[in-house]
Ligand binder design. Structure first.
Ligand SMILES: Nc1ncnc2c1ncn2[C@@H]1O[C@H](COP(=O)(O)OP(=O)(O)OP(=O)(O)O)[C@@H](O)[C@H]1O
Ligand SMILES: [Mg+2]
Length: 334
């Protein structure tokens, strides 16, 4: 078994607002790893900390946020210890990020050639004719027709799907081994979305790049990912292979998310998870999901569950997944 390319251990990222009086634990002690060429789906309701996790890894947190603890090891090096200057050399070269809104990543004032060539120029030292050829190849690899002509265009001259593919070309330009894609297809219509996902899969097969794929769409996770991590209120509540989690989810939250997925041909009404996600600055005691959980017991409302193994490479943070003996032991102590 290969050693992980990315290893996140007990990562904590906090936002401090209202002059320091309110601390939001957007990421609250999460651990996961990713091997080369693997795709991890990061799922969970809005506000559970997915984007904050990604921004922590690439070192692009907003000023109100800080990493309060833990490690982010990329090929063995802890990124939390790197200076902003060192992170600039790592971003684009080792990790690249694709955001939901391509217009937020593209600069309207520069043409496509300038923007796609920049990482290859800066990180790989490619110049002149070789750089032009590299940009053409990159545009071809993300299926931009007539790349020699299109690279003279500006972002506003392209469709939304093309712009997102250009962002993909920029992400690939520095030859990274990890791409973090934060809801890259949310703004695309379903046909273009399907094409973009197929493109990402093809690129992954050709380059062996690992991908963290953030999405609300579990259908995309089933199509794209090898493993998935389910986040709730800043914590990973279940993590394992897509096959295991879709087959027999351990955590009631994973079950509820899967239950709220539309199924082809089903006449059943869609299941909605009752209640709202909690305020991250004021979490309920015990398991944060217990007020919304159909299977919660008194124990769940008083004690926070630990992360326990459910199978090979499969963990859950739920009292139901705990071995019965440890539950009895905890009851006895409570
Ligand atoms: N700039 C900010 N200042 C203060 N709190 C913030 C800021 N950005 C995010 N948060 C808080 O951090 C939490 C996690 O936000 P994050 O954007 O990581 O969630 P997410 O899972 O990506 O949600 P979505 O699915 O809506 O994109 C949220 O509850 C939010 O309140
Ligand atoms: Mg987000």
């Amino acid at each position: 078994m290969t050693t992980p390319y990315l290893e996140v251990r007990d990562l904590q990222t906090h936002f401090t607002t209202f002059g320091g009086s309110r601390v939001v634990k957007a990421v609250d002690g999460i651990s996961f790893s990713l091997r080369e060429g693997e795709t991890l789906g990061l799922v969970g309701e809005s506000g559970c900390g997915k984007t904050t996790t990604c921004l922590s890894i690439v070192g692009l947190l907003p000023p109100a946020a800080r990493i309060a603890g833990g490690e982010i090891r990329l090929a063995g090096e802890d990124l939390t210890k790197k200076s902003p200057r060192e992170m600039r050399r790592i971003r684009g070269r080792k990790i690249a990020m694709i955001l939901q809104d391509p217009m937020a990543s593209l600069n309207p004032l520069f043409n496509i050639y300038t923007q796609v060539s920049e990482p290859a120029y800066y990180h790989l030292g490619i110049r002149r004719q070789s750089l032009r050829r590299r940009v053409e190849d990159l545009l071809r690899s993300v299926r931009i027709p007539s790349p020699a002509m299109r690279m003279r265009n500006y972002p506003h001259q392209m469709s939304g799907g093309m712009r997102q593919r250009i962002v993909g070309a920029i992400a690939l330009a520095g030859g990274p081994k990890l791409i973090i894609a934060d809801e890259p297809t949310t703004n695309l219509d379903v046909t273009i979305q399907a094409q973009y996902l197929d493109l990402l899969k093809d690129i992954q097969q050709e380059t062996g790049v690992a991908i963290i794929f953030v999405t609300h769409n579990l259908g995309i996770v089933a199509k794209m990912c090898d493993r998935m991590a389910v986040m709730y209120a800043g914590k990973i509540v279940e993590c394992g292979s897509v096959r295991d989690l879709f087959g027999a989810p351990s955590h009631p939250y994973t079950k509820a998310l899967l239950g709220s997925m539309a199924k082809l041909g089903s006449k059943e009404p869609l299941f909605a998870i009752p209640g709202q996600p909690p305020d991250l600055a004021n979490l309920p005691p015990g398991c944060a999901f217990h007020p919304r959980c159909a299977e919660a017991t008194q124990h769940c409302s008083e004690h926070e569950p630990k992360i326990v193994p459910c199978g090979q490479d499969w963990t859950a943070k739920c009292w139901l997944a705990h071995p019965k003996e440890s539950l009895r032991h905890d009851h006895a102590r409570a």
